[in-house]
Every structure is written in structure tokens, then in C-alpha cells.
Write a protein that binds this ligand. Structure first.
Ligand SMILES: Cc1ncc(COP(=O)(O)O)c(C=O)c1O
Length: 376
């Protein structure tokens, strides 16, 4: 056999792509810091510090059919979620986390020559998945206060053809717009009025509401009336099931019927389905925890704003973004890490010298604030 060169076989754009750096797993981090996992205060992943409901844990322990494949249509769950969300189950599909649905939507819509409109700073998976689909990313940055620039989005959606970044004159078809509300990492909301304006554009508009339970607002009810609106939700945050991977989307009927064709049949495992179902059957416990997290977010904001080297942004979510003033934000993150407190550090356009802190339990806030005082 002549020399086998893998480069000749792989997609050139993937071959050239930079590798993705995942967040360090807790066990690895605990070994590196020399701290047991229970000593680590994890405020870097916007997870729910209270975890799943006792009923979800009991459902996992009692479930007796782990040797049988899951229901590909998630019938019981779709029945249960229609009451929770107030939209008929015909519009609803579950995914292996809402991450899977972001990827699935893109695979349904995008190909070479197509583009998404992305509004950074925002959740990283939109541009990541678009690039894997071989599509382009048209950036319409948010304003300094993180609000959406609706007028600029309109301009960019309507101006076609355009020039590709590599200066090849081409017809780039903008097909999908991703808007995260409340937005990760700053926690700002996009108003219903702005969403309605965006729906006038010739685009499929995806509103990612991963954190909606912490803001108490949603546009899911608009989906049945709008053929170009998709709303994504998840059980990772409010229901404490991030590790089980289960999210869902609310889709127009003319989109969902095509999505069903391309979904992997067993995308959501039986454990995730059982835990999500039990969560929906016992909402009081989870809603009380959401309220605790919202209260803690407000208390955390009130504490953070007292530090003259921090500028926290008001948040409708379960985290707070802070600009670090006159200090090295990365050093601050590393100093907290040495104390076993994990936060997120950003240093990219729109997020220079920024840290993001998830709202934890009250005692975790105490330890964090004490550590910040000691850093001073
Ligand atoms: C805005 C946003 N969307 C989606 C997700 C992913 O949700 P899931 O765990 O359901 O894949 C996250 C997770 O952090 C997120 O911040």
C-alpha cells in the first residue's frame, strides 16, 4: 500500500480546525488542586447546586427497564411537558441536551454557502456547530450593555449577496438567527417586542431559553402562530439534570416533521427520560430551589457590587457577569481556584477582563465573598 495520508481523506475545514478545550472534569481538578471534590465550590458551569429532586433520584433507582431501548418518540414526556409549557405536544421534540437540538436544527437547515447570524458575546455552541456544518457565521455583536442590535440584524439578514470573510465574492444565504435569552454569559433578556420584530425577517429564529425558569419569561407560546420561530429549553439548569443530558425544543409543525426524519431514534436515554418525567410530576420542590437560586443571585449581586474592582451586570439568570477593573481577571480566577472556588474567566471581544460566577447556595456565597475580601 502506498503511504496513507489521513489529510487526503478528512474534510479540509475540520482538519484545519482548532481543537476544542473542554472544562476540566471535577475529579481531574480535585487531583490537581489537592482538594477533595466535596471541598470544591463549583460556580463555573451555571449548574443547579441543589441537584435533582428526590423524586427524580427515586425514579432513577426504581426504574426497572434499563436493558430495553428508550421510546424514540418520548411519548410520556411530551404528554407531560405540554402542561408545563402550555403548547401542544405535536410541537415538542426532546434531545440529548438542548445542545443536540442546536446541532440537529443546523443539520436540517445549513450547508456550504449558508450562514447563521450570531450575536456575541453569547453561548459558544452556535458558532461551533455552524462551522462543523460547513456554514459561515455572520456576527452582529451585542451592544455594550449586551442588548441585541435588532436594526443591524435586520440589515445583515436582508443584505445578500455578500462578501465572504476570505474575500471571495459569493452568495451567502443567511438562514438561521440564534438568540439566547436570558443571554449566557451576561444574563440580559431580549424583549418579546424585539423577538416579534425579528420574526418579520426572512430567517428561522431560534430563541434559546435554557435559563428561562430563572427569569420567569418565555416566548414559547408564540411558536404555534409563527412558522419561523423555534424555542429551546433544557432540564439542565432549573431541574438539576445537567449530567443526564435532556433538553427539548418547541417547533413549528412544518419544521418538526422534518426534524423527526433526521433525529437519532434513541437520542434520549431511559434514565434521562425517567428523571425528567419525575421532575415534571413534582414541580414544587424544583420551583422552590429556582426561587432560592434567584434570591441568592440577588444577594450575590448586592455583595459583588461592594467591591471597587468588580462591575457586576444585572442578571435574569442563575449567574452574574462581572467586569474586573484595575486588576488581572485571570489572576483573580486563579487565586479563587487555589481556594477551591471555580468561576469562569473570559478575555475575548465584548468580554475583556470578565468573570462569570454562578449563583450557588448561601454558604458557597459566604466562602466566595470571604475569599474575594482576602484577595483584596
Ligand atoms: C445558553 C445555553 N444553551 C444551551 C445550553 C446547553 O444545555 P443542555 O445542557 O441542555 O445541552 C447551555 C449550557 O450551558 C447554555 O448556556
Amino acid at each position: 500500500m502506498t503511504t496513507f495520508n489521513i489529510e487526503d481523506y478528512l474534510r479540509p475545514d475540520i482538519y484545519e480546525m482548532e481543537e476544542y478545550t473542554p472544562i476540566e472534569p471535577l475529579e481531574v481538578l480535585s487531583a490537581r488542586l489537592g482538594l477533595p471534590p466535596e471541598r470544591i465550590i463549583k460556580l463555573d458551569g451555571n449548574e443547579n447546586p441543589y441537584g435533582p429532586s428526590p423524586q427524580a433520584l427515586a425514579a432513577l433507582a426504581d426504574y426497572g427497564r434499563y436493558h430495553i431501548y428508550p421510546d424514540p418518540e418520548h411519548a410520556l414526556l411530551r404528554e407531560a411537558i405540554q402542561d408545563y409549557i402550555g403548547v401542544d405536544k405535536a410541537h415538542i421534540m426532546f434531545g440529548n441536551g438542548s445542545d443536540e437540538l442546536i446541532d440537529l436544527i443546523m443539520r436540517l437547515v445549513l450547508g456550504p454557502g449558508d450562514a447563521i447570524i450570531n450575536c456575541p458575546p453569547t453561548f459558544g455552541m452556535y458558532s461551533f456547530d455552524a462551522v462543523i456544518c460547513g456554514a459561515e457565521v455572520v456576527r452582529v455583536p451585542r451592544r455594550a450593555d449586551f442588548s441585541l442590535d435588532v436594526e443591524e440584524i435586520r440589515q445583515r439578514a436582508l443584505d445578500r449577496p455578500t462578501i465572504r470573510p476570505r474575500l471571495r465574492l459569493d452568495h451567502l444565504t443567511k438562514k438561521l438567527l440564534f438568540v439566547n435569552s436570558p443571554n449566557n454569559p451576561d444574563g440580559s433578556l431580549t424583549s418579546r417586542e424585539d423577538v416579534l420584530q425579528l420574526l418579520e425577517l426572512p430567517l428561522v429564529v431560534v430563541i434559546d431559553e435554557a435559563y428561562a425558569e430563572f427569569s420567569g419569561t418565555s416566548v414559547a407560546d408564540l411558536v404555534p402562530e409563527h412558522p419561523n420561530l423555534i424555542v429551546l429549553r433544557t432540564f439542565s439548569k432549573w431541574a438539576g439534570l445537567a449530567g443526564l443530558r435532556i433538553g427539548y425544543g418547541i417547533f413549528p409543525l412544518d419544521i418538526i416533521r422534518h426534524l423527526w426524519k433526521i433525529k437519532q431514534p434513541y437520542n434520549v436515554n431511559v434514565a434521562a427520560q425517567a428523571a425528567a418525567l419525575a421532575s415534571l410530576e413534582h414541580l414544587d420542590y424544583l420551583r422552590a430551589n429556582v426561587q432560592r437560586i434567584v434570591t441568592e443571585r440577588e444577594r450575590l449581586y448586592a455583595e459583588l457590587v461592594q467591591f471597587d474592582f468588580l462591575h457586576p451586570y444585572p442578571s435574569h439568570s442563575n449567574f452574574i457577569l462581572c467586569r474586573v477593573l484595575g486588576r488581572d481577571a485571570r489572576q483573580l480566577k486563579l487565586s479563587l481556584e487555589r481556594e477551591g472556588i471555580l468561576i469562569r474567566y473570559f478575555n475575548k471581544p465584548g468580554l475583556r477582563d470578565c468573570i462569570r460566577i454562578s449563583a450557588g447556595k448561601p454558604d458557597q456565597t459566604e466562602v466566595l465573598i470571604q475569599a474575594l475580601r482576602e484577595v483584596v
